[in-house]
Design a protein around this ligand. Structure first.
Ligand SMILES: Cc1ncc(COP(=O)(O)O)c(C=O)c1O
Length: 372
């Protein structure tokens, strides 16, 4: 089976992890944490990095450190991973949804302003599948209405918007390092920011909110979202190779684009003029013209030894949120269509040209001319 994604651990991961084990620095203190935090922050053009246990906890920590809580609203795309909505709900705030625009599948910036109320505190743009959101209008809306911008760059390490690294554009950027991400620590996350106060607060909250004056004295609710030195050791080794890992993803996408060009009914991922897409997942939309439904294509590919995944279910159709009385009667047609028609093909950085060619051949075999 050609897997959808596998990590590529071909740098100094083993050397750095062995160092942790040999020196007993296996918990959340140790040199790799600070080096990884500094390194990723600098890569994003930010001053501070705060490592966490996952992308989900990075989002929650960012919102909590901004003081977002009960009675507040945070605008998020409906077409995203559930962690975005979960993290808002963990703080006691309410997620408010915006549909995607049909080309990049990111939050439609023209639909944000009408969702702003006196309770809105932040906008959370998510750089879906590695393509950056159109950040200038988002930043303009946020400034006009005095809102925070919490970028979710979990899927977009190394993507740029008008030359600026994503994650470093908003007030705070959040990353995931789950094993399928462009750089991984197994599980893990990080927030990056230029705001010293916010960084300090996030650092304290993630470490049980210990009081500075007196350990084991707590003046507010804290979390244990500490990444271990062992995870950071893997992360640092990955970060040393990030440019190569991003280039591999981009090269794989260009091979896919070439081999699938002209296959009717397949809409490939785009790259807007102002964007560098890192193609975290090589994602395509299967239109009726293809002659086979998305689900049938996935089953066909599985038989041929090719693993795939569907696009996200939008937040407004998730039973978890319906059961909380959220998003009742709301409808977002673009994301609903994407959920039915979208899939991603094998996308790991280490894919060979031969594997991509096998995948594309299988896709072409599946295609039936309409009416047959
Ligand atoms: C857009 C987005 N945000 C947040 C997350 C959550 O990250 P994690 O799985 O590390 O908690 C993911 C995970 O895949 C994601 O795709």
């Amino acid at each position: 089976m050609i897997p959808v994604c596998e990590p590529l651990l071909t740098g100094k991961e083993l050397e750095y992890v062995s160092d942790c084990l040999k020196t007993n620095w296996i918990s959340s203190a140790g040199k790799y944490i600070a080096e990884f935090e500094k390194g990723l922050a600098a890569y994003c053009g930010a001053k501070y990095g705060i490592a966490t246990t996952s992308g989900t906890t990075a989002l929650h920590l960012a919102l909590a450190a901004l003081g977002i809580g009960k009675g507040d609203e945070v605008i998020i795309p409906t077409f995203t991973m559930a962690a975005c909505a979960f993290s808002v709900i963990y703080t006691g705030a309410k997620p408010v949804l915006v549909d995607s625009e049909p080309e990049t599948w990111n939050m439609d910036v023209t639909r944000i302003e009408r969702k702003i109320t006196p309770r809105t505190k932040a906008i959370m743009p998510v750089h879906i599948y590695g393509h950056p959101c159109d950040m200038d209008p988002i930043m303009d809306i946020a400034r006009k209405h005095r809102l925070y911008v919490v970028e979710d760059a979990a899927e977009a390490h190394g993507a740029t918007y008008k030359g600026k690294m994503v994650g470093g554009i908003g007030d705070v950027g959040c990353f995931s390092f789950y094993a399928n991400k462009i750089i991984t620590t197994g599980e893990g996350g990080m927030i990056v920011t230029n705001d010293e106060k916010l960084a300090d607060r996030a650092r304290r909250l993630k470490d049980q909110a210990f009081s500075r004056e007196r350990r084991f004295l707590h003046t507010e609710l804290g979390f244990n979202y500490r990444m271990t030195n062992v995870q950071a050791a893997i992360g640092l080794a990955q970060l040393e190779n990030i440019d190569r890992l991003v280039e591999m993803r981009r090269k794989n996408a260009s091979i896919y684009n070439r081999l699938l060009k002209g296959v009717p009914g397949i809409t490939p991922p785009v790259e807007k003029k102002w964007a560098k897409n890192v193609y975290w997942m090589y994602s395509v939309v299967i239109e009726n013209e293809f002659g086979m439904s998305r689900d049938d294509l996935m089953a066909f590919l599985r038989q041929k030894g090719v693993d795939t995944r569907t696009f996200f279910f939008p937040m407004h159709v998730q039973p978890a949120f319906k059961n909380m009385g959220l998003f009742e009667g709301e409808s977002y047609p673009v994301s609903e269509q994407l959920a039915v028609k979208g899939l991603y093909l094998p996308s790991g950085s280490g894919l060979t040209e031969q594997q991509i060619s096998t995948v594309c051949e299988a896709v072409k075999q599946a295609r039936k001319p309409q009416g047959k």
